[in-house]
Write a protein that binds this ligand. Structure first.
Ligand SMILES: Cc1ncc(COP(=O)(O)O)c(C=O)c1O
Length: 344
């Protein structure tokens, strides 16, 4: 597969903005920096941040076993997805394929970029309908967006089905692994070298507990990353974010401990929810949330709000009739949730 042929024509030839720090990289050297129109007085952030985020990428590359040139960082994974649309999808001409029910930003970003969304509903087990997806694609289908573990259904997709899709789809296949750290599935980052059209996105917003700093991570071939690098805003990852991300990436034991506590709480909460009379089904979860079918989602949602608990009402999503989504909280929060549900 020739990935270059999938790019929009204007992107094939685009010239990246060259920032001051791209031209003279060694910001830590003992030079006088009067090249970037910064304020010379020290505030700790008076200098522009590293546009290539060298330290954060080196750390992530070590952890994930990829090359730094296979990593692009974004202002949340949402920015990364937006860059992919801009690189591959010609407005008012190309389309992407999504598999509802899934993460809502895919269609928002498509609308924003004037890109048609073709949808192929998941099956009754929330798995992709491989054949139908491959039949649905046409010559203008540029991106297939797969979310595994999927939000809001919480399951990971079958790995063989995903492989069939990566091989059978003629465009870029994005696997959004925002919740991968809560699952036992192997990350597709480990398979990047086998599939030139594969892009994997992850985030520090979930398992790493850093939703507030907005750091999404994209793993792909060096070629795809080099294209995204050309079109990203020059200083898209601010200095405070880079510092905080590095601090957290140097404390993987702390991250692991929090994840295992969330996993323990997830199984306790799943058990407790399944014993509540008006909860009809608690779906298996590979994520940091549980999807549950209740008797009347709108009513239960309002009752919970009145009791001071905010959950996500997913009843309007396809296949999610009367479903509520519960993020796993602390032990105290989960106990309070169960206590209140039992009182309703
Ligand atoms: C599947 C999925 N992808 C991406 C995101 C957003 O990630 P980020 O915070 O990195 O933009 C979310 C957030 O809820 C999500 O559910």
């Amino acid at each position: 597969m020739n990935i270059e042929n999938l790019l929009r024509d204007n992107i094939k030839t685009i010239k990246a903005y060259s920032s001051a720090r791209d031209e003279y990289k060694d910001a830590s050297s003992d030079m006088v920096f009067i090249d970037a129109n910064e304020n010379p007085f020290q505030t700790n952030v008076n200098r522009y941040p590293d546009p290539q985020q060298y330290k954060v990428k080196s750390k992530l590359a070590d952890i994930k076993g990829v090359k730094p040139s296979q990593i692009l960082l974004g202002n949340g994974s949402d920015e990364i997805l937006d860059l992919l649309f801009r690189a591959f999808c010609e407005p008012n001409q190309d389309n992407v394929i999504t598999l509802p029910p899934t993460y809502g930003m895919y269609s928002v970003l498509a609308d924003l970029n004037a890109v048609e969304v073709k949808t192929v509903l998941l099956d009754e087990n929330f798995e992709p309908e491989v054949e139908e997806i491959l039949i649905t694609q046409n010559n203008n289908s540029k991106i297939l967006l797969l979310c595994s573990p999927n939000n809001p259904t919480a399951n990971s997709f079958n790995a063989n089905k995903l492989e069939e899709l990566i091989i059978g789809f003629k465009g870029i296949v994005v696997i959004d692994e925002a919740y991968i750290d809560f699952s036992n599935q192997e990350s597709w980052v480990n398979r990047l070298d086998h599939f030139p059209n594969l892009v994997v996105t992850q985030t520090l917003s979930k398992a790493y507990g850093l939703a507030g700093i907005r750091l999404g991570v994209c793993y792909a071939s060096g070629f795809i990353i080099s294209i995204l690098n050309k079109i990203k805003p020059p200083y898209n990852i601010n200095q405070l974010t880079q510092n905080k991300a590095l601090e957290r990436l140097n404390d993987l034991d702390g991250v692991k401990q929090e994840v295992s506590s969330i996993l323990e709480q997830r199984s306790l909460l799943a058990k407790a929810l399944s014993q509540i009379p008006f909860i009809k089904e608690v779906y298996p979860s590979d994520a940091n949330f549980l999807l549950a079918k209740v008797d009347d989602a709108n009513q239960r949602y309002s009752q919970l709000i009145k009791s001071g608990i905010v959950v996500r009402n997913r009843t309007n999503q396809l296949l999610c009739d009367n479903c509520l989504r519960f993020t796993i909280g602390t032990e105290e929060e989960n106990k309070l949730l169960v206590k209140i549900l039992n009182q309703l």
